[in-house]
Write a new protein. Structure first.
Length: 222
């Protein structure tokens, strides 16, 4: 989770610098894959209310069920990195502050003992349909005022691009001992990432029973 937080901070800082300079634009993914790329099938995001151990009032969480298949010709290491952004400015990392009881509730909902959380999905994915992995990304509930949200799903492609920044930026990194340190960066490495854009129709009170509408699905460098 710390590594994801650093990635978010680094990307946000780089985005601010890039947007401030008309001469620098973020790269776009190649029209045809130039590196390995895992296939992914997605369900629609859903809300689930879970009564956590020791509590009596249910808490709401959001989850996205997906299947990753390796047809690249070689075994690959997959490290899911799923981040949700609302149109009200919230940033939620998949799995952050999500108790294990929520994952078990999703497993029971689908009656699928093979369903995996982010930890279970992390690691080697063997080739072929028979070795596909079913996973779920889970987030805490977000702002009731949000009318749309974006999901970025990283770890699915080996395509990267280096962007030289017009001016150095200072970012917070976590060292090998888990300590924060401030370092200066004059470039950033962006990775090909799946970008999903959803709207949330209806009133906030009916959100648990409303299926978000997929507006756009695309690959971006992030």
């Amino acid at each position: 989770m710390k590594r994801s937080a650093v990635a978010i901070l680094l990307f946000a800082a780089a985005a601010l610098v890039l947007s401030a300079s008309p001469a620098i634009t973020a790269p776009e993914p190649a029209e045809l894959p130039i590196s390995w790329q895992l296939d992914i099938d997605l369900d629609a995001p859903r809300a689930i209310d879970v009564v956590l151990p020791g509590q009596t009032i249910p808490q709401r969480f959001w989850f996205l069920r997906y299947t990753v298949t390796n047809r690249t010709g070689e075994d690959r290491i997959y490290v899911p990195d799923n981040v949700l952004y609302t149109d009200t400015g919230q940033v939620l990392r998949g799995g952050s502050r999500v108790p294990s009881a929520v994952f078990r509730a999703v497993q029971q909902l689908y009656n699928d003992p093979l369903l995996k959380d982010a930890t279970g999905m992390t690691g080697k994915i063997l080739q072929g349909e028979d070795n596909a992995k079913d996973g779920v990304a889970i987030w805490t509930d977000f702002d009731l005022k949000a009318g749309a949200f974006d999901i970025f799903m990283g770890g699915l492609s080996g395509e990267t691009a280096r962007v030289e920044l017009p001016a150095p930026i200072e970012v917070v990194e976590i060292d090998a001992r888990g300590n924060e340190r401030i370092v200066e960066k004059d470039s950033v490495i962006l990775s090909k990432t799946l970008h999903l854009v959803y709207s949330i129709p209806g009133e906030a009170a009916a959100r648990a029973y409303t299926t978000p509408k997929l507006l756009r699905q695309e690959w971006v460098m992030r």
